[in-house]
Ligand binder design. Structure first.
Ligand code: DPP
Ligand code: ZN
Length: 844
């Protein structure tokens, strides 16, 4: 297998001036006829003419009308070409129905659809399939399907055909085609400059009632991007299609977004509040790509975070504006800690801009996406919102229509603010989570804060240089007042001191407020100080963080010292429950405990082998203790969190339901599940049904409810996904594998559908104690499924394999068993490039 390096980037030898495609659709024998106008790239070195192409049957090829016989390999095609401009034409045959990888043109439930990012277009026809080759596309689709869609504006249609014209030059990865028996949920938008845009969400007829929310989210996104970034939509029509089989969440193809149906379809009965929020965010994310990704794209795939980090940052801003900013920050920081720190601290660690890859699909990661967004968040914090907006204006002005790089991105900030960002740039090249060590001293009214940064080695990067990071800090007086309001300290040195003068008493530090830098703060504190911050910090993120720290502290004592749950923690939770004025969503978050996987990371960081069974037990008994101690307050909280009036998936109502479900889950530990059964019986929305079901499953009950749920929802694949994944995740550890295995034989399961695979196979590792069962059977089960799935869909297999990335956290026996399974996968016949790369990186 071949490794691709950023350092080897060479500009394309030829550019495409115009791309014309004709599709004669057929399930097993689709013909793709291409007509490409090529022009020599004056800025490229001499090179052979090469077009990517994989799994294509070449029928014929011509240059300037003359039949040619190109040299074809399993990677692409080469041929002699004229010195000047020329037209290349080809006809190829492909079989959408046999395409189970879901890359290129494939069929999903009788609908033709495409997924080209990153390198799927080469499975459609021969083409320079690289993002720095941008061209206007004209597409003709011939099929007897009633709806025929492609990118851009409609250029004509008739019986059995339609033509689409996309005037905006784009790389092939943004190409899309959809053909099927679809119905439109229509909408309309008038841009700030008065242009009318036709909007359509295309779904199966049966799903037409589940599109209102997605349409509203789209319209809000379009408006928000105009107001916040000055970006208008640039075509006459915007189409969005929901399909059932999709490797990713959604895809930003120009003017024709294609979505995993789970991120479009929603009704109160079938979608949870969490799903609604995800839909709103992902609709926004894909829409925002129209400027950050499509109008300005990436020069090469190493620059992926240029569009993804930025677009995630933009969708986070959007959600903060639509809902609660502190709650959103807690969710995002929580995801960084639970998922990105895990990646950054293990064998799969890589920089936000990776320097090499074997299979680019393996780099659509939390590091490229979420850490990439954090890096932009830091930039935003360092320069301030106004300078940020000015820099973005310059970015659009300077690079519109181009394929840009991280260097281009940072240069607009340097040019518009006069700042030197050369040290800041290390966030793009150095992997690993920095540790921030804190020392404090106080004398004669002067408080000195000394910060020391240190980043551990990651694969291929032994030594790290210091980062330039904003550390938001506030100081609290012992009485809870803010002695020094939030200040952003700029840390650039390995060790740096900051002083604060004129303080009356030794202050209490609130550091890395709002999660200003994606780092791990290591600091000697006491339970009393954490309890103080949980009760009094003015920064909501740090309140949450202090609660987490307090929970970890007691869980560790329970695990290793046989202590009973700490009274400080239990008392602090009591106070949170009694804080009626606090946003319910925030209160719910404050009640949550760190996940078992995060606790395992803590164990490893403390130099101990993580014991998943013991972690699980400690966490369960802490929940029991909270439930016992606060039964009255939990009942009051539960009552207080009931919503009135018709269901709405807005921030206010969903915050209440989140709190109600959190209280319910604790209450169920004391009442045998009676309240949950009652909630399940009366629930008129999925958030409350599922919350009740979860509460019951987590106390080992809920058989009758599971059956009733299945009876009601067996026809709805998206609801059944939740039904399946909750059973796996919440099964008692000793039953987890059996439950998973049984579900793989359930009629609702389908080993070819990514959502089903994620809901069942992907859910097992989320049941940490079950997956890591001492027998090692969980590991063997996952390895079997990796080998099996790899033959169907390598991208999904590679993704599921990441469950093994934490192997170093565990004891020798478990390490050996995981390594043995990785070795078995490595030896499997015909292993894909995707899965092979992952296994190689994770093997010792
Ligand atoms: N569809 C993926 C996303 O929007 C890849 N571009 O992030
Ligand atoms: Zn994206």
């Amino acid at each position: 297998t071949e490794t691709i390096h950023l350092a080897d980037y060479t500009p394309p030898g030829w550019l495409v001036e115009r791309t014309e495609l004709t599709f004669r659709l057929h399930p097993t024998a689709t013909r793709v006829i291409s007509r490409l106008r090529f022009r020599r790239n004056p800025r490229a070195p001499e090179q052979a003419f090469f077009l990517h192409g994989e799994d294509l049957t070449l029928i014929s090829a011509r240059i300037d009308g003359q039949e040619i016989t190109p040299e074809v390999t399993d990677k692409g095609l080469t041929c002699d070409v004229p010195a000047g401009d020329f037209t290349f034409e080809a006809e190829v045959e492909i079989s959408p129905e046999d395409n189970t990888r879901l890359e290129g043109l494939y069929m999903s439930g009788g609908i033709y659809c495409t997924q080209c990012e990153a390198e799927g277009f080469r499975r459609i026809t021969y083409y320079p399939d690289r993002p720095d080759v941008m061209a206007p596309f004209h597409v003709r689709v011939e099929s007897d399907m009633p709806v025929l869609l492609s990118n851009g504006n409609k250029a004509g249609e008739g019986e059995g055909w339609a033509e689409w014209d996309d005037p905006w030059p784009k790389p092939a990865y943004l190409f899309a085609l959809v053909a099927g028996d679809l119905k439109a949920h229509p909408g309309a938008f008038t841009t700030a400059s008065g242009k009318d845009v036709e909007l359509n969400i295309w779904v199966r007829e049966a799903d037409l009632g589940k599109c209102d929310f997605a349409m509203e989210a789209l319209i809000k996104s379009m408006r928000w991007d105009e107001e916040k970034y000055g970006r208008e939509y640039d075509l006459d029509i915007f189409n969005l299609v929901a399909v059932s089989d999709f490797n990713m969440g959604a895809m930003e193809n120009k003017g024709l977004n294609i979505f995993n149906s789970k991120l479009v379809l929603a009704s109160p009965e079938t979608a949870t509040d969490g799903t609604y929020e995800r839909i709103e965010a992902v609709i926004a994310h894909e829409y925002f790509h129209n400027w950050t990704g499509n109008r300005i794209t990436c020069r090469d795939w190493f620059q992926l975070s240029l569009k993804e980090g930025l677009t995630v940052f933009r969708d986070q801003q959007f959600t903060s504006d639509m809902r609660s900013a502190p709650v959103k920050r807690i969710e995002d920081a929580g995801l960084m800690r639970s998922h990105q720190f895990r990646e950054d601290g293990g064998p799969l660690a890589h920089p936000v801009r990776p320097e090499s890859f074997v299979e680019i699909n393996n780099f659509y990661t939390v590091t490229v996406y979420e850490k990439g967004a954090e890096v932009i968040g830091m930039l935003h914090r360092l320069v301030g919102p106004e300078a940020y907006r000015k820099a973005l204006d310059l970015y659009f002005e300077r690079h519109d229509g181009e394929a840009a790089t991280v260097e281009d991105w940072l240069r607009v900030f340097e040019d518009s603010t006069g700042r030197d960002l050369s040290q800041f740039k290390r966030w793009y090249s150095q992997a690993g989570t920095p540790r921030l060590n804190v020392e404090e001293s106080f004398k004669d009214g002067t408080y000195t804060l000394t910060l020391e940064q240190q980043t551990p080695p990651t694969p291929g990067q032994e030594r790290k240089l210091p980062f330039h990071m904003p550390v938001a800090v506030g100081l609290l007086s012992p009485n809870g007042d803010e002695a020094v309001p939030t200040q952003v300290l700029e840390l650039t040195e390995p060790r740096q001191s900051f002083t604060f003068e004129g303080l009356g008493a030794r202050p209490i530090l609130s550091i890395n407020r709002d999660f200003s830098a994606p780092v791990i703060v290591t600091r000697k504190t006491t339970a009393a100080e954490e309890a103080f911050l949980l009760a009094s910090d003015t920064d909501p993120f740090n309140r949450w963080d202090a609660g987490r720290a307090l929970a970890r502290r007691t869980l560790q004592q329970m695990m290793h010292e046989g202590s009973s749950p700490s009274h400080v923690y239990l008392g602090a939770i009591g106070q949170v429950l009694a804080e009626h004025g606090l946003d319910p969503a925030l209160r719910a978050r404050l009640l949550g405990l760190p996940g078992e996987d995060e606790l395992a990371a803590d164990e490893a960081a403390a130099g101990r082998a993580a014991d998943p069974a013991r972690i699980h037990k400690a966490r369960e008994s802490l929940k029991d203790a909270v439930a016992r101690m606060h039964v009255g307050a939990l009942q009051r909280t539960y009552m207080e969190a009931q919503t009135e009036g018709p269901y709405a998936p807005d921030a206010e109502q969903s915050g209440k339901r989140l709190l109600a479900n959190a209280a319910l889950s604790l209450l169920s530990r004391g009442d045998g599940g009676d309240t949950a059964r009652e909630q399940f019986a009366r629930a008129d929305n999925m958030t409350l049904s599922l919350g009740a079901l979860q509460a019951l499953l987590s106390i080992g009950s809920g058989e009758a409810e599971l059956a009733a749920f299945e009876e009601r929802w067996r026809g709805d694949e998206l609801v059944m996904d939740m039904w399946m994944s909750q059973q796996v995740q919440l099964a008692a550890p000793e039953r987890a594998l059996e439950v998973t295995r049984r579900l793989t034989e359930h009629p609702a399961f389908n080993a070819k559908n990514p959502n089903r695979l994620r809901a069942v196979i992907g859910a097992l590792p989320a049941n940490a104690a079950g997956f890591h069962d001492a027998s090692g059977e969980g590991y063997a089960f996952l390895a079997d499924w990796l080998i099996r799935t790899d033959k169907v869909n390598p991208q999904i297999a590679a993704r599921l394999s990441t469950a093994f990335q934490t192997w170093k956290r565990y004891g020798e026996r478990r390490q050996e068993m995981i390594q043995a399974q990785l070795a078995r996968v490595a030896e499997a016949e015909g292993l894909s490039r995707d899965l092979r790369e992952m296994v190689v990186r994770m093997r010792a």
